[in-house]
Design a protein around this ligand. Structure first.
Ligand code: ACM
Ligand code: ZN
Length: 294
């Protein structure tokens, strides 16, 4: 699972939209311009290297939130259209893609088609986490979309937006994965797999387990490797079972697997990666394949 786009940088080369790399791949930190992106040649090399080892690489383009690098490149794809800079520093940023503008879908279909061409595996991750609705609430086009599609609110609009991507990506032969926020409205396509990461989405996610939703399980409190071991201890990585609400395990046939995310924007050396990854990844691996733990 390769998180290739976020507010602070667009990290994959697009030949269709080179401005995404000229603008969206870079940010200012004080006087310094920092950033970069993987070329398509590098991506192909990594995918092939993984494939030789029976590993599928799943690309993630995070949508509709965490898209400041995209709307900094193309402000007309946001609700207000106002110019802005690629984000620096961490956080959740309100400027997201407009779900009411048809041009957004034209852009996304073209971009996702290009990304699909680089990743032959069966899955595509469309993100979906932490998408604030403040812009959509004020946007005439988003409000018009809500009316025209008979949606209840902005959460249902995100589910509708996700449904458009599911439909498009299915036609490309892909199964869609999204972070658990895609479940908030309870109306998202049953075809989408949810990646469970945050406790605040617990109620909505638990309801979806009852409907047969399939999950990848990666709760931040147990599996996030970028957190120091003081916050995400080895024992927790080892012991945590796929369960959202207490005493309500997710049926085994609905759990595709566990994932230990390692967010690397501030991890720049192999040594640092290894200190974060091991030994917790070994605990995660054994947790994945062992029911009787010792
Ligand atoms: C996430 O960690 N925001 C999915
Ligand atoms: Zn809008």
């Amino acid at each position: 699972h390769w998180h290739l786009s976020d507010d602070q940088g667009f990290r994959i080369e697009s030949k269709k939209f080179p401005r995404l790399n000229e603008i969206g791949s870079w940010r200012m930190e004080g006087e310094q311009k920092v950033g970069g992106y993987y070329t398509q040649e590098e991506i192909r090399e990594i995918v092939a290297y993984a494939q030789e080892r029976f590993i599928n690489v799943i690309p993630e383009i995070d949508l509709p939130g965490h898209t400041v690098s995209i709307v900094a490149t193309f402000p007309e794809l946001s609700c207000s259209g106002e110019p802005l800079a690629v984000a620096h520093g961490s956080g959740i940023f309100p400027r997201i893609l407009c779900a009411g503008n048809d041009k957004v879908y034209d852009f996304l279909y073209a971009l996702l088609e290009e990304v699909c061409g680089l990743f032959p595996g069966p899955y595509f991750h469309i993100g979906g986490d932490e998408a604030p609705k403040s812009e959509w609430e004020k946007c005439p086009r988003c409000q018009q979309r809500i009316q025209a599609e008979g949606l209840k609110d902005e959460e249902e609009l995100q589910a509708w937006f996700t449904g458009k991507l599911v439909e498009f990506l299915e036609a490309q032969g892909k199964t869609v994965i999204g972070w658990n926020e895609i479940l908030t409205s309870g109306t998202v396509s049953p075809k989408a797999i949810a990646q469970y990461w945050v406790e605040t989405g617990a109620e909505a996610a638990a309801k979806e387990t009852e409907k047969g939703r399939r999950f990848v399980f990666s709760p931040v409190s147990s599996f996030y490797l970028d957190y120091p071991a003081a916050l995400v201890p080895l024992k927790s990585t080892y012991a945590t079972e796929p369960c959202i609400l207490k005493d309500q395990p997710i049926p085994k046939d609905q759990v595709l697997g566990l994932e230990a995310p390692l967010w690397t924007e501030r991890v720049t050396t192999a040594d640092h990666i290894e200190r974060l990854t091991f030994p917790r990844l070994l605990a995660l691996a054994e947790n994945c394949w062992t029911w009787e733990k010792d």
